[in-house]
Design a protein around this ligand. Structure first.
Ligand code: GLU
Length: 507
């Protein structure tokens, strides 16, 4: 029987979630659902110095906004609880001890000053950041250099220590990545990473291996930046005797700056004016706020579609995929090795497509807060009609206000010159008499308003080219918006007349 697929997203809650992080969530989720498996959220918070208030809650909120709910998590619980590593602290020591007893790891007592001195002494131009590794470990204060007996005395005397892996020398570590194929590492280039810290907390390297094992993870997808850690993890799996149970890995490609040069950073978003985080994130230490896709007015369905396509396609030209379709078609083997360029214009194109595909009734609750933010309470039936008229012009949710504010408030005419430049007595007379006659339109529909407009226009010897644009400015405040007669119908006879009369008297 094949094992049930189990994947995990294992973030360290240290700040906002970059879109690359959400894409990692998404690929994990799609893979799990495609195979009828479980998607686990594990919070990797063993580095207490990096604790950031609110960061864990932010992760839950992002996942729920995206509709990528985990099957097991610190909030939801599950058969392998707890899912927060700090709460699993007591579990890790025995594995560190097992590794030391088997000779694969050792106790190290070096103080921060001693480590600093080692780096300063060994630093050369060719080796600017000397590592604690096989070449120098016997010159340091650890149980290999001092002997186990002395090490035990030091431990008994309460000397702080860490546990380090003893990286083998002159070995090749090889594994097959689901995206990259065979990857080789030279163990001489890898340092003796700390596995257990002086405070008894595991480091990421030990915790990730122990928890992937205990939680029966079958596939682990993570960012490319974790590839250099893979040899340490592979050796730990072997040294702990779990080699056969090791998950299959896929290291996901980077998301690149729009010009393709380097990893897309939060700063790039600020520089180029687009969000890089899933949702707004306010750093509690600096109060610095980073914009998110949600607050920019992206729909979560569009957001996950955009992310899915950053590094993957189904082999056809299809670009729009619902979550269900993504689940059905996602194939980790089709994820590209190379980085994926982020294109904000294309991201907006997706959102525009998703807005068009939603019904007006579906858009109503999404648009309402953007209108309410301007102090307007509107009746749902009216707002739904507005949505029908303007949705084609809207790319992001705040556009519904930008493109539709004049349905709710009397606009200010932004460029009066557009009317005044070609204004004359003939036009004035036409608008005055037509405005006066509006009262007489008993059936206030856009067809009836247009007919009355055309008749008055002909009677005054004017053409559409003379009066249609001024009418738009009077009703809308600018040169945009849906059909003017539809706008007049919507705002009502009284308001339409008021806007025209006020505009005339201001010219
Ligand atoms: N805790 C790591 C992170 O913050 C997880 C890497 C992994 O998935 O192995 O990204």
């Amino acid at each position: 029987m094949t094992k049930k697929v189990r994947v995990r997203f294992a973030p360290s809650p240290t700040g906002g979630l970059h879109l690359g992080g959400v894409r990692t969530v998404l690929y994990n989720y799609l893979f799990a659902k495609h195979h009828g498996g479980d998607f686990v959220l594990r919070i990797e918070d063993t580095d207490q110095t990096r604790y950031v208030a609110g960061a864990e809650q932010y992760i839950y909120d992002c996942l729920s906004w995206c509709g990528l709910e985990p099957d097991e998590s610190p909030l939801k619980g599950g058969p392998h609880a707890p899912y927060r590593q700090s709460e699993r602290k007591a579990m890790y020591y025995q594995y560190a001890k097992q590794l030391v007893d088997a000779g694969y790891a050792y106790y190290a007592f070096d103080t921060p000053e001693e480590l600093e001195a080692m780096r300063a002494n060994l630093k050369t131009e060719a080796n600017p950041t000397p590592q604690y590794d096989g070449k120098i470990r016997m010159q340091m204060r650890n149980s290999l250099a001092l002997g186990m007996e002395e090490a035990q005395h030091l431990i008994d005397a309460g000397t702080p220590y860490v546990v380090r892996i003893k990286m083998p020398q002159n070995e090749q570590v090889v594994f097959t990545d689901m995206i990259r194929g065979e990857v080789h590492f030279d163990t001489n280039l890898v340092d003796d990473k700390v596995l257990l810290k002086a405070d008894g907390m595991p480091t990421y390297h030990l915790a990730v291996v122990v928890d992937d094992y205990l939680m029966q993870i079958t596939h682990a997808f993570r960012g490319e930046e974790w590839l250099p850690s893979a040899p340490v993890h592979i050796l730990l799996w072997q040294y702990l005797g779990w080699g056969k149970a090791m998950p299959q890995w896929a290291h996901l490609p980077l998301i690149l700056k729009p010009d393709g040069h380097g990893k897309l950073s939060k700063r790039d978003g600020e520089r180029l004016g687009f969000p890089v985080f899933a949702m707004n994130w306010k750093d509690p230490k600096t109060d610095e706020e980073t914009q998110g896709f949600r607050e920019r007015g992206f729909l979560p369905e569009a957001f996950i579609n955009i992310l899915a396509m950053l590094g993957w396609n189904d082999g056809t030209e299809q670009e729009i995929f619902s979550k269900e379709e993504l689940i059905a078609k996602f194939d980790i083997g089709r994820v590209h090795k190379g980085g994926a360029k982020f294109d904000y214009e294309k991201a907006k194109w997706y959102n525009h497509q998703y807005i068009q595909r939603k019904t007006d009734a579906e858009l109503l609750p999404l648009v309402k807060p953007y209108i309410a933010a301007h102090g307007i309470t509107t009746d749902d039936a009216y707002l739904e009609k507005v949505i029908t008229l303007i949705k084609e012009r809207c790319t992001l949710l705040p556009d519904f206000w930008e493109q539709g504010h004049f349905f709710f408030t009397t606009p200010e005419i932004k460029e009066p010159a557009a009317i005044t430049d070609k204004w004359n007595e003939q036009k004035k007379a036409f608008f005055e008499s037509w405005a006066d006659g509006l009262d007489g339109i008993t059936n206030w529909t856009h067809e009836a308003i247009e007919t009355s407009f055309n008749e008055a226009m002909a009677a005054h010897g004017l053409k559409k080219g003379d009066v249609l644009l001024p009418l738009r400015f009077m009703l809308v405040g600018g040169k945009y918006g849906p059909g003017v007669f539809q706008i007049a119908e919507m705002v009502g006879k009284y308001e339409a007349r008021k806007r025209i009369v006020n505009a005339i008297s201001s010219i």
